[in-house]
Design a protein around this ligand. Sequence first.
Ligand SMILES: Cc1cc2nc3c(=O)[nH]c(=O)nc-3n(C[C@H](O)[C@H](O)[C@H](O)COP(=O)(O)OP(=O)(O)OC[C@H]3O[C@@H](n4cnc5c(N)ncnc54)[C@H](O)[C@@H]3O)c2cc1C
Ligand code: FES
Length: 288
Amino acid sequence: MFKVVKKQFLNEAKTICLFEIEAPLVARHAQAGQFVIFRLDEQGERTPVSVAGYDREKGTVTVMVQAAGRTTKMLHTVEEGDYITDFVGPLGHPTVYDGLKKVCVVGGGVGCAIAYPIAQEMYKRGIEVTFIAGFRSADIVILKEELAACSHKLIMCTDDGSYGEKGFTTQFLKQEIDANIAEGKPQFDRVIAIGPDIMMKFLADVTRPYGINTIISLDPIMVDGTGMCGGCRVIVGGQTKFACVDGPDFDAHQVDFDNLLKRAAFYKEEQDKAAQHICRMTGGKRNG
Ligand SMILES: Cc1cc2nc3c(=O)[nH]c(=O)nc-3n(C[C@H](O)[C@H](O)[C@H](O)COP(=O)(O)OP(=O)(O)OC[C@H]3O[C@@H](n4cnc5c(N)ncnc54)[C@H](O)[C@@H]3O)c2cc1C
Ligand code: FES
């Protein structure tokens, strides 16, 4: 059993919540870019979430989770002092920072939470970080101060202009790339993008003509997280890869986005039904 030592909603709309979980063995090895799989109880679904932080001395791991469907909504009802049944990890490869000097990190929605420890790590290593954080509207913006503290330049934007700049991450990324060229500044060695699949697809289209190496973190449906079930397969460079063991980071210019988007939509109907279900066994407090 794993104790929830801290719970904190990260935005006004309470769509994303931080959980600090006591898990000393996971905390000992966790690195930015990796993920864990948790189960709320014996009957619970196995749900992957990224490592958003860790404290090796305290033996805790932090995750930031968006209430997307059944399990994540149930997680949001867990309180400090409660226990969850499983918290397995770290899984997947950590993000690599080989020879990087100047990087643009782009986060979309909860993707900002996943990108945050990566930006922090690069900032600590002296890499110049530009962070572009995009959200639909002001009420769901997260980590304002935290992102400012780990980037040399931070652009916050919302689709409706209710917070920061008005517009999409793609347009601000293009603007930054073009400004580097116009002002004779060194270009980004890499763009790291984490967010909705469709955002990552369009960001890859932005960087492709400039030849800027672009890494994205994929979050396809996962079951075991150990390369056994094939549920997380993605096509990268014409080859089948398993996001759980080969990723989750991949070269965006090699990812088959049409296949990715098709597979992501496959279980939508079942997920919508599950999200509507109210469990009578829990008195309606949690779906089940
Ligand atoms: C490597 C990885 C890291 C992730 N990191 C985070 C994170 O840090 N924070 C966060 O909020 N979310 C993260 N996710 C997404 C998170 O796993 C899903 O939101 C969660 O599984 C939804 O489950 P649900 O039962 O609440 O919703 P459902 O109703 O089951 O689904 C809602 C959405 O989540 C996706 N999803 C459902 N089950 C899975 C699954 N087993 N694996 C992957 N996606 C699934 C569906 O495609 C759907 O779009 C990550 C996913 C992966 C694969
Ligand atoms: S989750 Fe089963 S192979 Fe990746």
